[in-house]
Design a protein around this ligand. Structure first.
Ligand code: C2E
Ligand code: SIN
Ligand code: SIN
Ligand code: FE
Ligand code: FE
Length: 410
């Protein structure tokens, strides 16, 4: 290899290492997938890409970027599409997962008949997108454990025409992907750990499910992003907090672990006394994070403690004398408006929206119009008006999330 080439490859190797380093600092799996696609597409100059994660012996569509079809991939209805592909040799991603081999295709519409896999053109037909070149890469972690498959689409030349993937990208993207797979496993484990915590807290409450907390987490992350970009906050700051709020919002009700079965499972309305006890779930939740060792702990504490505070005041626990009157390890003071952390103002709306849309032991789901008119009426009273505005601006994404996590499955 010539000296210049050597130097170039050295730069790329360093950049891959740096990006791997960044990946491991992220926490939520969606943020990790977003970063992996961004970096891989940059290395290969690819217009689009998606990631499928292996789950229960199927490939689950998990993330997508497409510069031609949607500009802001971070906040798109497409992200919440939900479908799976079987692990077999008939599809390109299935073949990659099954064999562990990289597939490099110059033209998806010109795959030789003697190959076991073929290109599935329905997405192109539906969207008007034209897939040409494709690079399908297995994502393998330690001990060759298969984590999923990344597919990059349409490498671009300087004129932005689709061309075959370069020899370099065939070397560098898989190198990066192997490191990235370790970060993905880490992110998946973090999410599972949180779902397990939620299950422990709410196992006794059949209406409370993994799907509910996944929805509240996803709604909160998307509302936060819209709210923060409306406020023109710095992109790095937004990305960081969006990552955290998704996980922290999932934990909003873990404090219910301290509430007795008789109250938690009551199939009818609570009495005033029972509801007074129920209100302690905010403080109980906050206690779980009071060690405060990380940003995630701090945010989880803020949300657990404050998700039932109201914008106009008079929420709990801050305005409840039987709680504020106790000598507590957690600082509980009356709060209103911006005294309530933004993360809790957002989770409050996400939680109520989802509670009203769901069946509970004590109520049926409400029709959507009624929910939306309550949210509208409560803007400036229960809810922060700016948060309500962001919620309505991304209502298409809210609906896509609702469709994706519509059952008990996680
Ligand atoms: P949750 O069921 O997840 O409800 C979360 C929040 O959504 C509630 O906070 C409330 O702000 C809103 N919400 C839920 N259902 C309704 C409804 O039918 N009408 C109205 N206007 N708002 C609703 P909240 O009231 O502080 O309750 C906190 C938690 O306490 C609830 O979480 C639920 O676990 C429990 N809870 C509240 N009321 C009752 C009840 O009457 N019976 C039982 N069994 N549990 C209740
Ligand atoms: C929740 O909002 O997460 C709790 C729902 C319930 O316990 O009924
Ligand atoms: C943020 O943390 O994103 C902004 C803080 C705030 O305005 O409350
Ligand atoms: Fe709650
Ligand atoms: Fe909840």
């Amino acid at each position: 290899m010539k000296w210049e080439n050597d130097n170039l490859s050295n730069d790329i190797a360093v950049s891959i290492l740096q990006n791997t380093e960044k990946l491991h600092r992220l926490k939520d799996v969606n943020t990790i997938l977003d970063r992996i696609l961004t970096e891989s597409r940059k290395l290969a100059n690819a217009d689009a890409g998606s990631i499928f994660l292996l789950q229960d012996d199927e490939l689950k569509f998990s993330y997508v970027h497409n510069d031609t079809l949607f500009t802001k991939a971070e906040s798109s209805v497409e992200l919440y599409s939900s479908f799976t592909v079987p692990v077999n040799e008939r599809s390109i991603v299935g073949y990659t997962a099954k064999t562990g081999k990289i597939i490099d295709i110059a033209d998806a519409y010109d795959i030789p008949d003697n190959l076991p896999y073929s290109f599935e053109p329905s997405y192109d037909r539906k969207t008007g997108y034209k897939t040409t070149s494709m690079l399908s890469i297995p994502l393998k972690s330690f001990d060759n454990r298969m984590v999923g498959v990344m597919q990059l689409i349409n490498a671009k030349n300087e004129q932005r025409q689709a061309v075959p993937f370069s020899k370099e990208s065939l070397i560098y993207v898989p190198l990066f992907a192997n490191n990235a797979s370790v970060a993905i496993e880490h992110g998946v484990m973090t999410r599972e750990l949180i779902l397990r915590m939620v299950k422990m807290a709410e196992l006794r409450d059949p209406s409370e499910t993994g799907a509910h907390v996944q929805r509240v987490g996803a709604y909160s992350a998307e509302i936060y992003q819209k709210w923060a970009s409306n406020r023109k906050l710095d992109n790095g700051h937004i990305r960081h907090n969006k990552d955290l709020i998704r996980l922290a919002a999932m934990l909003h009700d873990v404090g219910k672990v301290g509430i007795s079965d008789t109250i938690l499972k009551k199939p009818s309305r609570l009495t005033e006394q029972e509801f007074d006890i129920m209100k302690w779930h905010t403080v109980f939740g906050a206690r779980l994070f009071s060690n405060n060792t990380s940003d995630l702990d701090q945010m989880s504490l803020d949300i657990a403690l404050n998700h039932h505070e109201k914008w106009g005041g008079a929420g709990y626990p801050g305005h409840v004398s039987h709680i504020t009157g106790e000598n507590l390890d957690i600082c509980v003071t009356p709060k209103k408006k911006e005294e309530i952390p933004i993360t809790a103002r957002i989770t409050a709306l996400a939680d109520v929206f989802d509670a009203l849309a769901s069946k509970r032991s004590y109520k049926d789901p409400w029709p959507e119009e009624r929910i939306l008119s309550v949210i509208d009426e409560e803007s400036g009273r229960h809810f922060d008006p700016e948060v309500v505005e962001a919620f309505f601006q991304i209502f298409d994404i809210i609906k896509a999330i609702q469709d994706k996590y519509n059952s008990d499955q996680v």
